[in-house]
Design a protein around this ligand. Structure first.
Ligand SMILES: Cc1cc2nc3c(=O)[nH]c(=O)nc-3n(C[C@H](O)[C@H](O)[C@H](O)COP(=O)(O)OP(=O)(O)OC[C@H]3O[C@@H](n4cnc5c(N)ncnc54)[C@H](O)[C@@H]3O)c2cc1C
Length: 390
């Protein structure tokens, strides 16, 4: 088989890149390790920057997003027993974010790809990347007991943190930066109306909590738990009790409880791999970087990488210029590091760090108090949250 761009991974970055390339007539084949059902069943991010929404529109996959996505003009920070609203729209000259689940983004992109008759090979194994620093890259994979080969111009490594693409970088060529946090997020999805019409980020001595949602009838809640916590230790009842203890009284009273239909623990980590390009192999999204979800940046960063890589590939195929591809890694990383910084800052300010003691708690309280009373500080939060310019 031959294609122009072989894409490894059918998460949001692989699917979005494939769809954008389809709009300019560039052929792609996506290789995915999991089944279609598994990919569509993964509950993850839910807050989209305007730039991500615009890019999904450019890919022709934003009709349902525009019809069903919830526009949010602000978030609330909860501490000291009260809610403090940050009016992001007022502070950023009219910008907002859109709440729309990653599962829905993935479904929209997948349906678009299927309707256009483009190839995705699910349930592949032993995907291997070859000769991407030479003139004739190719990818091999196993499926149904046979080995297959795809020759291509470029390989896009969109296969997430645990994928094969980053591991295929030449020895010594990759520099990595990492911070592990000593806690994770226990998340619950339930078919109940949200406690607030906007997201509530709570700092509490018992630990962080987040009230989020996927729709006016579906809530997503999180509580900070130790990194080695087991999800089996959390009945729904225990979860709802703990969540409400960490919220201001009026927000706790507004929590509607109900049976959860998804419950999982995600570890929190910051990770960046540099560079994001090795010859004709490009790393995209979680394959190159991970951020803790506190700033809602993971999915949005994946989209911003796609935007830069798509621009480079378009320039290559339309104008026969490699300038955009040459600039890809540096451009993407400049934006990645700003989001890594923002996510680390939000995480540091809002979570309970056992080792920081009472001094750390007082510093957090002072920072939150400053943040909600200083227009300059609130604006810095707002402009990062809605998404920095490309
Ligand atoms: C549990 C969890 C919760 C999260 N919650 C949030 C959140 O609340 N907010 C937020 O902003 N972000 C969140 N994120 C981050 C966000 O979901 C990711 O940033 C986003 O999914 C990145 O998209 P991606 O396409 O780059 O990678 P992925 O979504 O990881 O997709 C990679 C794809 O590649 C496939 N793959 C892997 N290895 C191979 C291989 N060898 N061969 C072929 N295919 C392969 C995988 O099966 C997968 O389908 C969360 C992530 C996780 C894991």
């Amino acid at each position: 088989m031959r294609t122009q761009v072989a894409i490894i991974g059918s998460g949001p970055s692989g699917l979005l890149l494939g769809q954008l390339l389809a709009t300019i007539g560039v052929e792609t084949i996506i290789l995915e390790r999991s089944s279609r059902e598994h990919v569509l069943g993964r509950v993850r991010a839910g807050v989209l920057e305007q730039g991500t929404v615009d890019l999904l529109g450019e890919a022709g996959a934003a009709d349902r997003l525009h019809a069903q996505g919830l526009l949010h003009a602000g978030i609330s920070l909860a501490f000291d027993g009260r809610l403090h609203r940050i009016d992001m729209t007022a502070l950023t000259g009219g910008k907002h974010v859109t709440v729309y689940g990653q599962t829905e983004v993935t479904l929209d992109l997948m349906q678009k790809r299927e309707a256009a008759g483009l190839t995705t090979v699910f349930e592949t194994s032993n995907v291997a990347l070859h000769d991407f620093d030479g003139a004739a890259p190719f990818v091999t994979y196993a499926k149904d007991g046979a080995t297959h080969r795809i020759d291509c111009d470029f390989i896009a490594g969109c296969d997430g943190y645990h994928g094969v693409s980053r591991r295929s970088a030449p020895e010594g060529a990759l520099k990595t930066f990492e911070r592990q946090y000593p806690f994770g997020w226990l998340g619950v999805l339930a078919e109940v109306p949200p406690a607030d019409h906007e997201l509530v980020y709570a700092n509490h001595q018992r630990g962080f909590a987040l009230c989020s949602m996927r729709s006016p009838q579906r809530s997503r809640y999180y509580v900070q738990v130790p990194a080695d916590e087991r999800v089996e230790a959390w009945s729904d009842e225990r979860f709802w009790d703990e969540l409400r203890r960490r919220l201001p009284p009026q927000t706790a009273a507004a929590v509607t409880t109900g049976p959860s239909f998804e419950k999982s623990i995600a570890p929190l980590r910051s990770f960046v791999a540099e560079p994001m390009r090795f010859g004709w192999l490009f790393l995209v999204g979680d394959a190159a970087h991970i951020v803790p979800p506190t700033g809602a940046k993971g999915l949005n960063l994946a989209a911003s990488d796609v935007r830069y890589l798509f621009a480079g590939l378009r320039e290559f195929y339309r104008d026969k210029s490699e300038a955009g591809l040459d600039a890809y890694s540096a451009k993407a990383l400049a934006r990645v590091w700003k989001a890594v910084r923002f996510s680390w800052w939000m995480t540091s300010m809002l979570h309970y760090f056992p080792e920081a003691g009472e001094f750390g708690q007082r510093i957090q309280e002072a920072e939150l108090d400053y943040l909600v009373h200083s227009k300059a500080a609130s604006t810095a939060l707002a402009e990062n949250y809605v998404g920095l310019p490309y």
